[in-house]
Design a protein around this ligand. Sequence first.
Ligand SMILES: Nc1ncnc2c1ncn2[C@@H]1O[C@H](COP(=O)(O)OS(=O)(=O)O)[C@@H](OP(=O)(O)O)[C@H]1O
Length: 375
Amino acid sequence: MRGGQSLDKEAVSGPGGSSAEHEPTCLEERPKVTGPPAARPQLSSDGLRHAQVSLCQTRTQSPVCSPGDANWTAISSPDPMALTTAGTQPSLGEVAGIPLPATTVDNWHQIQGFEAQPDDLLICTYPKSGTTWIQEIVDLIEHSGDVDKCQRAAIQHRHPFLEWARPPQPSGVEKARAMPRPRVLRTHFPAQLLPPSFWESNCKFLYVARNAKDCLVSYYHFQRMNRTLPDPGTWDQYFETFISGKVAWGSWFEHVRGWWELRDNVQMLFLFYEDIKRDPKQEIQKVMKFMEKNLDGAVLDTIVQETTFEKMKANPMTNRSTAPKTILDQSISPFMRKGIVGDWKNHFTVAQNERFDEIYRQKMKGTSINFCTEL
Ligand SMILES: Nc1ncnc2c1ncn2[C@@H]1O[C@H](COP(=O)(O)OS(=O)(=O)O)[C@@H](OP(=O)(O)O)[C@H]1O
């Protein structure tokens, strides 16, 4: 608890209530070319003609930089450690108004030109929503519960991260291209920034959403320990940064709304972190069905057991302990931090909670999505 009165279970109820019912929204008829009709017009097929791509510094640096500036050179450095070893703050760039890691912006042409294949499965999440968790679940399903096969590599290397670009390492796009099909890929992009080939190829999307308050808390601690993202500042400062959407991958509200509103127009399974926490077996069964995998009850039980928070926290292939300290400093905050629903109550003041609820009501007005913020 910081900066004021803490919140207890009785005193506060979060926006939305139970996640048990997720009412469908009224959607227009499915268009011939599958894709996000509301989102696509913003970007052309090369993703750039209408998109404004720019780099800007955050926090400790001067407010703006451009490809010609010294900071741009630093961002494009072939040494991925250069940013931290030089003591320079990592920066965010921007595409179509969405803040993104500068290295992603730098690689925008390659990312937008990515050729999705019809049998690709794309895991889509806002940061800190359970990406690693669903990746492990998907990997175990794909490998029919074979735990040893899922030890083949650290989780961040098993499913290429589309927007990853840290030369001289291969980019996410290059890793995906080199991967045998069918591929499982992942992204944090909001729907409108996805390479167009995903819509054109009618790929499968597995979206996991987590309630905004716990996302904020998790993201705050992640930015404290992740040396590739800007320093979050104090809790109070970060609270403002998050609600104004000035974090990498942009506004939680727009991200979740954008993907939610598409869910009936494309092949999408939309899951909630809180539902997986409450009834992992049921949610894993949904993923199995979506992946068209028919596994028996014993395998399903194995997958449930192998993907508990405790198991994944102890597993070096899922707990990010293989990432160098210069990237993720887990002595500041572990990657597998708490893995619970409702930790926001240990962070939000009463005033922050009231303000957040009001902002939530405004920004999520008209959407049918329901989140649960405590179990
Ligand atoms: N198995 C399992 N059960 C419950 N919770 C889990 C699990 N695995 C990861 N987590 C929690 O998910 C949070 C990290 O989210 P992401 O994996 O999306 O992070 S990232 O965006 O890929 O960096 C982070 O949440 P917090 O603990 O609240 O910070 C992780 O602890």
